[in-house]
Design a protein around this ligand. Structure first.
Ligand code: ADP
Length: 312
């Protein structure tokens, strides 16, 4: 078994006046030990996917295994294998952080001697708040407390659903430091986000989900390389009215009268040829810069679907 999570033909149709096919029979494997990003716009089906794994939503059909445990045949073991940090900051306001982790550990049947309440609170920098009422904590503190809460039973897989919503930059960094350290110690991390830069920075593997379908799932570097477009920008000494004829063979446009953009494919275009053509055209180049393709572009390209049918 090398998958932390493996789903096959997983389908979810929400009932109602207009039934909604939130997951359209997806196949997805999340390798053990990965830092996996599940990216998709709102309504893509990310929460549905997570909630099925967590036992909070019943699937319509298909199979799902968590750490090798089938969620139908072995729901207790499947559930014990993941910790989920939910999107919503839901709390019992009258528990203190210390009590909350103790209660949660009790619910998972973690014996007193094996509880890690102090270690977890220290790890998320809330030890000094251990006796404060949860309702007095800031949004960032609550988020970190939820991470600690999801880890009380030491699950091998930690799922974070949109974990940085409402968390300021500094605390976000703290949260990621902790998530990274858990990952280093062997926890498989799955995070859903539409902060694409975050996924690019943090995740070794990324799946993109859109309209209930997995658009792609592959190592981050490979995904980035799939769209190998690159832009070279030339800043000119003096303004020009039109693109010189020598450059017409390239995908060239005038951004401003003193800025020329050349779009190239890293794979098939020759940067040297572009540079010599520009030099040969008599243009006086003051400066040169390049733009790499980022995940935002890839995401847009892979999920752009002008004929998308919103209704199931
Ligand atoms: P995401 O987490 O990617 O934003 P969701 O899994 O929450 O997406 O939602 C997927 C689709 O299913 C959306 O169209 C959403 O409106 C619909 N949906 C989610 N939960 C329910 C529900 N309880 N009843 C009916 N439709 C739902």
């Amino acid at each position: 078994m090398s998958s932390a999570i493996s789903v096959k033909a997983l389908e979810k149709v929400y009932g109602g006046a207009v039934p909604k096919r939130a997951l359209k029979g997806i196949d997805l494997d999340i390798p053990q030990g990965s830092m996996f990003g599940l990216l998709g716009p709102n309504g893509a089906g990310k929460s549905t996917f997570i909630n099925i794994l967590a036992g909070l939503v019943n699937k319509t059909s298909g199979t799902a295994r968590v750490w090798g445990h089938d969620i139908d045949a072995n729901p207790r073991n499947a559930r014990a294998s993941i910790g989920v940090v939910p999107q919503e900051l839901v709390f019992d306001a009258f528990f203190t952080p210390y009590e909350m982790l103790e209660v949660q550990a009790g619910m998972y049947g973690v014996p007193k001697a094996e509880r890690r309440t102090e270690e977890l609170l220290k790890a998320v920098h809330l030890w000094d708040k251990r006796d404060a009422y949860s309702r007095t904590l800031s949004g960032g503190m609550k988020r970190r407390l939820l991470v600690a809460k999801a880890m009380v039973h030491t699950p091998p897989v930690l799922i974070l659903d949109e974990p940085t919503a409402g968390v300021d930059i500094e605390l976000r960094q703290l949260l990621w430091d902790y998530v990274r350290s858990m990952h280093k110690r062997g926890t498989t991390i799955v995070l859903t986000t539409h902060y694409l830069e975050e996924a690019q920075e943090l995740c070794d593997t990324i799946a993109i989900i859109n309209h209930g379908e997995v658009v792609c799932s592959e190592p981050t570097g490979q995904l980035l390389a799939r769209i190998d477009e690159k832009e070279i920008l030339f800043d000119l000494d003096s303004p020009i009215d039109e693109v010189p004829a020598d450059l017409a063979q390239f995908r060239v446009r005038l951004v401003t009268p003193t800025r020329l953009s050349v779009q190239i494919s890293r794979e098939s275009d020759d940067v040297g040829a572009v540079l010599s053509a520009v030099a040969g055209s008599g243009l006086q180049v003051r400066d040169l810069s390049t733009n790499e393709t980022d995940l935002e572009d890839i995401f847009l390209q892979l999920t752009r679907d002008p004929n998308a049918d919103e209704a199931a």
